[in-house]
Design a protein around this ligand. Structure first.
Ligand code: SME
Length: 166
């Protein structure tokens, strides 16, 4: 992933970029309860912060179905509209309610190709305050193995802070 630099020209560690972004997101979302507004803002701020993200956004649990995701706010090229639980990276993360880091999407069973440039992916479950799964946050990169535990922890912290138990 491309490096970022501070005002003095020194590289900013990825964990620090996530931490700074979490603070900015909290400030922007202060007093805004609407879930879609929150997700749209997070997607836009992630895309602005990490220019290397090819696609980032949310797939929401469709309350009418319970076992299907429907696309929510995102930044990037056209995403597929619906993903059944258990399908692809997003559906697997939703079914298993756990973060998945996929270094090579080509070898992930059932990976769903939305943008052929996508080479690697990280998907984080989004839980509400009661612990119910409400969505997954999906981030794609055109670079292979673009995501590691720092990305997973940074994204998990943001969705926990905004949607989960304090
Ligand atoms: N690749 C994902 C589908 C969603 S898009 O990449 C936007 C998957 O396999 O779950």
């Amino acid at each position: 992933m491309a490096e970022a630099f501070d005002a003095a020209g020194l590289p900013i560690a990825k964990a620090d970029r996530y931490a700074g972004l979490a603070v900015e997101i909290a400030a922007v979302l202060e007093g805004e309860p609407d879930r879609i507004a929150r997700m749209a803002t997070i997607a836009a701020m992630l895309a602005q912060t990490f220019a290397a993200f090819l696609w980032c956004g949310f797939y929401l649990v469709d309350p009418a179905k319970g076992d299907e995701l429907v696309v929510g706010p995102y930044q990037g090229t056209l995403g597929c509209l619906r993903i059944a639980f258990g399908r692809g990276v997003c559906g697997t993360a939703a079914l298993e309610r756990r973060t998945l880091i996929v270094p090579d999407v080509a070898v992930f069973p059932g990976h769903i190709v939305c943008d052929a440039r996508s080479r690697s992916e990280v998907v984080v479950p989004v839980l509400d305050r009661s612990g119910a799964l409400i969505a997954v946050l999906d981030v794609d990169s055109a670079e292979p193995a673009a995501f590691d535990e720092t990305d997973a922890a940074g994204l998990e912290a943001i969705v926990r802070q905004v949607f989960g138990a304090a």
